[in-house]
Ligand binder design. Structure first.
Ligand code: EZ4
Ligand code: CO
Length: 404
């Protein structure tokens, strides 16, 4: 078998997605997600200008060799743009291989280790009453685990919370200039334990509650928050510090038993070396889409398993249904699965990317379609072209740019 065509598709059915579609001389097709939120066109160029010309004529069955060829062959290793591009190729090749075998991808990864994949959803509110309503809405949708994010008294726009402008109109996170959020770490550290207290009081001790600090804390601040949340038994505290300084997590770990989740901005196993070998974290959060694909993410999970660290693949709206499907096949297959983030997509997105995976009673399943189980409607994709959009930036109250 040979790859005869490679197409890069950019579409915006509500938000931007970048998809690679490979076609073989046998008429098989494979899809891979290459969406890098806010920097989409850099990956489009990397693929179109530098990767697509290398793919035609290659044997699609040689996944490991193609991965090494693109990773080592480029000389310039790692980085989100490179690894998103390689991820798209890797997933498209796994899609083709599984279709050629007539099997859903999870069967090629060792088969199902569980019946279904537990997901967590997002609840957020500008204040605690609004957050409690949001948790109620997620529970009504079937979720059995919820991430809780709340606005902070005195701050206008905070991570994970839909903000409003001065006239009260909602401010969307996707716009042509970055939205500016504001931040005060002391106010956040005072407020967040009261948020957990209120949610526990309303929903009881058993509901798994997650929280994302979005890289905003210093190690000692993170340790303080971890300790203050301990009475409420959080499922995890996510991205407490900017963890590219892996050593920072030693101080956090020494000072709290709150479980720690890290890694949605990481793109290779090397970013995790200290965190995993010293058992400084409990969950690895990389997405198939940003980590170079199924091939290296499987290796990361197997490495993490030796240290009782579990998977928790990143799954916000900006991971396309293609990236989500690939994650679900891994989630079903690996032994050390932890939890899967799942926000769902707009109905239009689900039409552009028709998928076999399902969400029932708070759990996902990749389905039994051969391959990863996603079909791309090229005409509908073309009807919704790229729109410039940025993620927000974050400023302290004196105007200093802070981590987002
Ligand atoms: O900010 O997906 O855990 N989820 C997150 C996400 C990320 C966005 C970045 O593109 O932190 O909301
Ligand atoms: Co996060």
């Amino acid at each position: 078998m040979k790859i005869v065509d490679a197409q890069v598709v950019v579409t915006s059915p509500g938000r931007n997605f970048v998809t690679l579609k490979l076609t073989t001389d046998d008429g098989l097709t494979g899809l891979g997600d290459a969406t890098l939120n806010g920097r989409e066109l850099a990956v489009v160029s990397y693929l179109t200008d530098h990767v697509v010309p290398l793919l035609t004529g290659r044997d699609p069955h040689r996944i490991e060799d193609t991965w090494q060829y693109l990773y080592r062959g480029a000389y310039w290793r790692r980085g989100p743009v490179t690894m998103a591009a390689i991820a798209a190729v890797d997933v498209a090749l796994w899609d083709i291989k599984a279709k050629a075998a007539g099997l859903p991808l999870y069967q090629l990864l060792g088969g199902a280790s569980r019946d279904r994949v537990r997901a967590y959803g997002h609840a957020n509110g500008r204040d605690i009453p609004e957050l409690l309503d949001s948790v109620r809405a997620r529970l009504a949708e079937g979720y059995q685990a919820v991430r809780i994010q709340s606005g902070i008294p005195g701050l206008k726009a905070v991570y994970g919370v839909h903000s409003t402008d001065d006239d009260g109109a909602p401010v969307l996170h996707q716009q042509a200039r970055p939205l500016v959020e504001d931040w005060d770490t002391d106010a956040y550290l005072r407020h967040t334990p009261t948020v957990f207290e209120a949610v526990r009081a309303e929903f009881g001790a058993e509901l798994p509650l997650l929280h994302d600090a979005h890289h905003r804390l210093s190690p000692v601040q993170a340790a303080r928050l971890g300790r203050d949340l301990e009475p409420y038994r959080p499922f995890w505290l996510e991205d407490c510090t900017p963890a590219e300084n892996q050593e920072a997590l030693r101080l956090v770990r020494r000072n709290t038993t709150t479980p720690l989740a890290v890694g949605e901005v990481f793109n290779t196993v090397h970013d995790y070396q200290t965190l995993i070998s010293e058992q400084l974290i409990d969950y690895v959060r990389s997405a198939v889409t940003h980590f170079g694909g199924v091939t290296p993410l499987r290796k990361l999970f197997d490495y993490a398993a030796q240290f009782q660290i579990r998977s928790a693949v990143h799954g916000p709206e900006d991971i396309s249904p293609v990236g989500m499907a690939a994650a679900l096949h891994l989630d079903l297959a690996v032994h050390n699965f932890g939890i899967q983030e799942y926000s769902g997509h707009t109905p239009l997105t689900d039409e552009v990317f028709r998928h076999a995976y399902t969400f029932t009673d708070g759990h996902l399943h990749p389905g039994e379609a051969p391959g990863i189980g996603v079909e791309l409607d090229l005409d509908l994709a073309a009807a919704h072209p790229y729109e410039a959009a940025y993620l927000p930036v974050n400023r302290l109250q004196d105007g200093t740019v802070h981590d987002w």
